[in-house]
Design a protein around this ligand. Structure first.
Ligand code: ADP
Length: 248
């Protein structure tokens, strides 16, 4: 997909699976979704999008265009002002308390600034989340090593975040996000603070997760990463979603 390709705003539900696969199911579906913040600012306008289970999707667009807001609607950090946000078969807008917590256990979230607990080791950062998700001691131990291995950080299990490079910190945060084996991983500008090599390492890990069937949604404004990665991309500009024109 070339970056200069014409993009059209589509009013009907956009599906980004390539090629369409009738055997898979929509894991994310937004219909006529609007989001205005408390101060009245309209961050998203009439978003329609369907993402199939097992897809890898980039969401790109300039800073302030609404990418983080889009992800926040998916994991219930923000609520749509209008429209319907369905994730993993649940209407996110209807969920409160335990039901929202249960959905969040099925979504791994990765942030630009890692959000690791500074006074805890890498292993403790991962085990803390598993403990908070209700896993017992044995299960936590069983999950820890594979999660660290997946991101190549077994040897840094006992290091503290400030003893790690930025790339390692981001990989630790990915280990934390996937230790509970969620079917969906959302990554909000995961490479925003990283150099090109470390950015590519992060994308390679996300690709590995995609290869084992996890649905991956990544926001980025790094066009070169998108080109290298060769996954579908949608663009948010000024709160509107644009999909690439299908190739004829
Ligand atoms: P992006 O992730 O593309 O940089 P965001 O989704 O963070 O964009 O923000 C989209 C727009 O919504 C921006 O103009 C931002 O200032 C605004 N915005 C984000 N959060 C809030 C909030 N809590 N209250 C009011 N406006 C907000």
């Amino acid at each position: 997909m070339t970056q200069g390709s014409t993009r059209l705003p589509l009013k009907e539900t956009n599906s980004v699976s390539s090629p369409p696969n009738a055997t898979r199911q929509a894991i994310v579906r937004l219909q006529h979704v609007h989001k205005a913040y408390g101060n009245g600012f309209k961050a998203l306008t009439d978003i329609n999008l369907e993402i199939q289970s097992g897809d890898f999707l980039f969401v790109t667009g300039p800073s302030g265009s609404g990418k983080s807001t889009f992800l926040k609607l998916l994991y219930g950090e923000e609520r749509a002002t209008a429209g319907e946000v369905m994730v993993d078969g649940l209407n996110v807008g209807d969920l409160r308390g335990d039901r929202l917590a249960a959905l969040r256990r099925r979504i791994g979230v990765v942030f630009q600034d890692y959000k690791l607990i500074p006074r805890r080791t890498v292993a403790e950062n991962v085990t803390f989340v598993l403990w908070a998700q209700g896993y017992g001691r044995q299960e936590i131990q069983r999950r820890l090593t594979p999660a660290l291995k997946m991101v190549g950080l077994q040897h840094k299990a006992d290091s503290f975040p400030d003893e790690l490079s930025g790339g390692e910190q981001q990989r630790a945060s990915i280990a934390r996000a996937i230790a509970g084996t969620p079917p969906i991983v959302l990554a909000d500008e995961p490479t925003g603070n990283l150099d090109a090599d470390n950015s590519w390492q992060v994308i390679k890990i996300l690709k590995k997760l995609h290869a084992i069937g996890i649905t991956i949604i990544v926001t980025t404004h790094d066009e070169s990463l998108i080109r290298l990665s060769n996954h579908p991309v949608v663009q948010i500009r000024n709160g509107h979603l644009y999909c690439p024109q299908p190739k004829l």
